[in-house]
Design a protein around this ligand. Structure first.
Ligand code: DON
Length: 325
């Protein structure tokens, strides 16, 4: 045990016992056939609703996966905590939060609404994430073209995932952009209220936002990303320091209060863990200082969260004492 401790292999001492429970939860949730696929992007509407995968990566690099863990899906809103983290890492909290708040909006993720300071409520909803994209484009290495900024961001995502699968789905990007009336409305509304840093080119900023949503990963690689967040910004697979601990603290705080759309309050109450969901049915769950988990099942509940993903989290904290409080 002592030698394991020195090798930092003591986080989940009985990992194989733990994984038996994960397997149980997996099968239990598999029989849940509630929920509906997101249909506002044709590519998402065509996904097989049966897909179901769960991957775990502990902060000392132990792994467990079950189900459809190697099939790629687009990150969608699970990219929001990542772009927010990069912005914090590059620009500091002080600069980032001149442009975006920290309050749950209590509304839908794409609601046409700003807070009383005329800023988007937080970086986990569309308006906030669009602003984060404009900060990344105009304030971080402003000399970079949009193409270079895409590579820069993708490289960050890859490092968060320890070099595991990270791709880009061009068909989703194109249809995302086609079906974007609401996002453009948000974009213009924020321009009217002078929400952006100077030199923001709205069209570029929107494209960048759609590109971030259209980055592709799988359960295995998202679990590593979640584990990097659980591990203070150091990837447990490569041991690279990808994000600063201060950035991680802010990302996890807002995932905790705002990560699950308009279910965030109930999720924080019942599950008590920072998490972020996306319309493709992926969920990134962080157990700080312990592990990262990714669940993926496309059918969504009325609030837009993966039905099986939410059920899995509820099963997890029913058996294990991971609720933060
Ligand atoms: O902006 C959109 O329409 C989506 N692609 C956003 C993705 C999503 O998961 C919803 N999130 N907050």
């Amino acid at each position: 045990l002592i030698s394991r401790a020195f090798r930092h292999h003591f986080i989940i001492p009985d990992f194989s016992d733990f994984t038996k429970y994960i397997e149980d939860f997996y099968w239990k949730c598999k029989s849940n056939s509630e929920g509906k696929l997101a249909d506002y992007i044709p590519q998402l509407a065509r996904t097989n609703p049966e897909h179901w995968g769960v991957s775990v990566c502990t902060i000392d690099g132990q792994r467990f996966s079950i189900g459809d863990v190697n099939i790629p899906f687009t990150l969608q809103s699970t990219s929001k905590p990542l772009t927010y983290g990069i912005a914090l890492d590059q620009l500091t909290q002080e600069v980032v939060h001149q442009y975006v708040g920290q309050e749950p909006s209590g509304r839908n993720f794409n609601e046409l609404v700003l807070d009383h300071n005329k800023k988007p409520h937080n970086p986990m909803i569309n308006a906030g994430a669009i602003i984060i994209c404009s900060l990344l484009k105009t304030l971080v290495h402003p000399e970079m073209t949009l193409a270079e900024k895409f590579d820069f961001t993708m490289d960050y995502f890859k490092r968060l995932a320890g070099g595991e699968y990270l791709g880009f789905n061009n068909a989703v990007f194109l249809s995302e952009r086609e079906a974007a009336d609401r996002n453009y409305a948000l974009g213009f509304y924020m321009r009217e209220h002078k929400c952006y840093p100077e030199k923001t080119v709205l069209k570029e900023c929107m494209d960048f936002y759609f590109q971030c949503c259209s980055m592709e990963a799988n359960c295995e690689s998202v679990a590593v990303m979640a584990a990097t967040l659980a591990n203070g910004g150091i990837c447990p697979v490569t041991e690279e320091k990808v994000l600063k601990p201060d950035a991680i603290r802010d990302v996890l705080s807002l995932m905790h209060s705002c990560g699950m759309y308009d279910y965030s309050g109930q999720f924080a109450f019942k599950v008590g863990l920072p998490a972020k969901s996306g319309v493709s049915g992926g969920m990134m769950i962080v157990i700080p200082n312990v592990m990262g988990i990714c669940t993926w099942s496309p059918p969504l509940d009325k609030l837009g969260n993966s039905v099986r993903g939410v059920q899995f989290c509820e099963e997890l904290v029913r058996v294990f004492n991971f609720h933060r409080y």
